[in-house]
Design a protein around this ligand. Structure first.
Ligand code: SAM
Ligand code: SF4
Length: 311
């Protein structure tokens, strides 16, 4: 279905949990998330049922499983198995639990994976995640993804002033040596985030200084892809600097069953309550259509939490 700005809304991001095994400084408070009553979180069958109805309403092209950390949700493999026949199913994860789950996820129909890593230095990774995570753990996750055909693997790094700025060119080189795609995400000022924003121009300047002038080549999904003077490729996802809203085709389903037309908030639809109060499939499908017709064209980030809506 097209929204009122002519965008075909066919990409659903599903947050399957608000819990996480890490506490990234740009995403979650150190103490973790406020306690949410277990009964407020969608059960796996409810996620599958709602995803099916949203697919019925919109003819989805892609479903991204995210969180919180999706791999900490018990039953994640069977959920992927239930959802993957609907549309291409991919995942964003911190990768910590991937080595033990990659094979089953692939067998369940997961096709690709994005892994988050914000530095090549163990001490910086620990500082950012506030947990005992090392580069070698993330590299094992990348290898597990590749060995199980969950590729091409993309890695996402949130650029943080005074934390990992200074490492960006090294990360581009490292990604090339691992045969994966490196993408830098502009930090968004969300609730719980303790970091400051570095704009796209500054990211480009830093990488160009080391690897030769970076030139724009193509836009792939939300990322603008560049090639450096020395021939290495990387991407920048720049939600704050803009440019992404005009082509946004996404809806987001939170772990509590709220359907959001925009990361920046605005009107939403409580599908959990509709489902639990016995709404008919047709009523839910119509409500999804109504929400899509009201999807905003541009929003201002802030006041919402990444761990809640899944990035
Ligand atoms: N736990 C998984 C992970 O970290 O990949 C999936 C959920 S996480 C919320 C999804 C994406 O959002 C990650 O790539 C993360 O780096 C990004 N993210 C979280 N907080 C952010 C922020 N304040 N600004 C920009 N990106 C952010
Ligand atoms: Fe967890 Fe992902 Fe948020 Fe880090 S970015 S705290 S891994 S949900």
């Amino acid at each position: 279905m097209n929204d009122s700005y002519g965008r075909r809304i066919d990409y659903l991001r599903v947050s399957v949990t608000d819990r996480c095994n890490l506490r990234c400084i740009y995403c979650m408070p150190e103490s973790g998330i406020p306690h949410i009553d277990h009964s407020s979180i969608l059960r796996l069958e409810e996620i599958q049922q709602l995803t099916g109805l949203i697919h019925h309403a919109l003819d989805l092209r892609k479903i991204r499983i995210t969180g919180g950390e999706p791999l900490v949700r018990r039953g994640i493999v069977s959920l992927v198995k239930g959802i993957s026949p609907l549309a291409e199913t991919v995942m964003t994860t911190n990768g910590i639990l991937l080595p033990e789950l990659a094979s089953d996820l692939h067998a369940a129909g997961l096709s690709r994976i994005n892994i988050s890593i914000d530095s090549l230095k163990d001490e910086v990774i620990r500082e950012v995640t506030r947990r005992n995570v090392t580069l070698s753990m993330v590299e094992k996750a990348i290898e597990a993804a590749k060995e199980n055909n969950l590729d091409p693997v993309k890695v996402n790094c949130v650029v943080l002033k005074g934390v990992n700025s200074g490492e960006l060119a090294a990360m581009v080189r490292w990604a090339q040596s691992m045969s994966i795609t490196m993408r830098f995400i502009e930090h968004m000022p969300m609730t719980g985030s303790m970091c400051s924003h570095i704009p796209r121009d500054e990211i480009l300047r830093e990488i160009s200084a080391d690897l030769g002038k970076a030139e724009f080549i193509v836009t792939e999904g939300t990322a603008d892809m560049y090639v450096t003077g020395s021939g290495t490729r990387f991407g920048i996802i720049a939600p704050v600097d803009g440019g992404m809203c005009a082509n946004c085709t996404r809806l987001r389903l939170t772990a509590e069953g709220e359907l959001l037309p925009c990361l920046a908030g605005g009107e939403s639809l409580n599908l959990r309550d509709m489902l639990r109060s016995g709404s008919k499939d047709g009523e839910i499908i119509k409500a999804v259509h109504d929400l899509v017709s009201k999807k905003p064209h541009h929003g201002a980030c802030g006041g919402v939490s990444m761990w809640r809506i899944g990035g």
